[in-house]
Design a protein around this ligand. Structure first.
Ligand SMILES: C[S@@+](CC[C@H](N)C(=O)[O-])C[C@H]1O[C@@H](n2cnc3c(N)ncnc32)[C@H](O)[C@@H]1O
Length: 329
């Protein structure tokens, strides 16, 4: 007996049904299922005519389960139990169906776990790919960096800053630019419109945590910033503001920046002042990102106080090593 003859029986059932020969059609569909127990179509046709036939629901559940449609299978098993309740001597059948349901649910759970693991692996691979791509770009351009405190942020920055890509007049403020890694990434990837611009505020003297850096890293960091920005080919979009952020920010126009990156001092008091001043400079609907929150210490203390008091006026988009906040009022 072949699946082919099951198809013939199914066709026959359809024709009989069309001509109103219901009982003969039922017999043809039953033969189709006998010949091919996985014939989902024949099950559906039979259930159209006899929707309370628990055995057909059970059969359909099994067929769907074989096709890995476990949710569909569970739904059919449930209907089988429902209709089986009203038939006599149902306890044995009910047990059988309950076991089928349990097995399908276990399979479903396993599939969910597999999907989750695949997603985690996929994210890891994407991160590695992003890094490779970014590092090869850095090499190709010849950027001169001695530190990398930025590239691990690229996936989140792509996600949240995508809306500014190639948009005219986008206005960005960066507190803490160091050798220009974050600045240059923004120029290469986000501030691609000719009228986009960025102001970079830094003492270029390093924070307390940089004072013991070896060699001439600290001494040359401002020159490196200048060279790296020049290499982007977009230095005309950059305004350098040398000084302490708390002094410089007071002189900047309020409500005028679309994105502000706060990556300056790590002292709690400075971080809080940077956050409050940045908030005044940000447009409603704009985005502020605080770096180094995941380090804890002063940055976390400062940002937490800010978040507590400004929570009614902001939308917390993301909080992990960095904090992404949208200004809503
Ligand atoms: C971690 S680095 C910035 C890294 C840079 N954003 C990057 O991605 O490569 C911090 C910078 O903040 C600057 N800085 C620290 N305290 C500051 C303050 N109170 N005002 C202005 N700049 C400050 C330091 O000079 C240093 O260049």
């Amino acid at each position: 007996m072949s699946a082919e003859s099951a198809v013939t029986e199914l066709d026959k059932g359809d024709r009989l049904l069309e001509s109103g020969k219901i009982e003969e059609a039922i017999a043809a569909y039953r033969r189709a299922i006998e010949l091919n127990p996985d014939d989902v179509q024949a099950c559906h046709q039979l259930l159209e005519i006899k929707p309370d036939n628990w055995e057909v629901w059970l059969q359909l559940g099994k067929a769907l389960s074989k096709q890995s449609d476990l949710e569909g299978a569970i739904a059919c098993y449930r209907r089988a139990i429902e209709f089986n309740h009203s038939s006599e001597d149902n306890s044995e059948n009910e047990n059988r169906i309950a076991i089928d349901i349990e097995q399908s649910q276990l399979q479903l759970k396993q599939i969910d776990a597999d999907i989750q693991e695949l997603q985690v692996r996929r994210e890891r691979v994407c991160l590695e790919l992003d890094k490779l791509e970014y590092n090869s770009h850095v090499k190709q351009i010849g950027y001169y960096y001695t530190t990398d405190w930025f590239s691990h942020n690229i996936p989140n920055w792509r996600k949240y800053l995508n809306r500014f890509v190639n948009i005219p007049e986008v206005n960005v403020l960066e507190i803490g630019s160091w050798e220009g890694r974050s600045t240059c990434w923004l120029l290469d990837n986000i501030l691609t419109h000719e009228s986009a611009k960025i102001s970079c505020v830094d003492t270029w003297q390093g924070g307390i945590e940089h004072q013991n850096m070896k060699g001439n890293v600290l001494l040359l960091c401002q020159s490196r910033f200048d060279v790296n920005v020049f290499l982007t080919g977009h230095s005309h979009k950059v305004t350098k503001k040398v000084g302490f952020s708390s002094d410089v920010m007071r002189l900047l126009p309020v409500n005028s920046y679309d994105f502000i990156y706060v990556d300056g001092s790590h002292e709690a008091e400075d971080v809080l002042v940077d956050a409050i001043l940045a908030w005044g400079l940000l447009k409603v609907g704009g985005l502020v990102v605080f770096d180094d929150y995941g380090l804890g210490g002063g940055v976390k203390e400062g940002v937490d106080v800010f978040l507590r008091f400004f929570s009614p006026k902001l939308n917390l988009l993301h909080i992990s090593f960095q904090v992404f906040v949208e200004k809503t009022a």
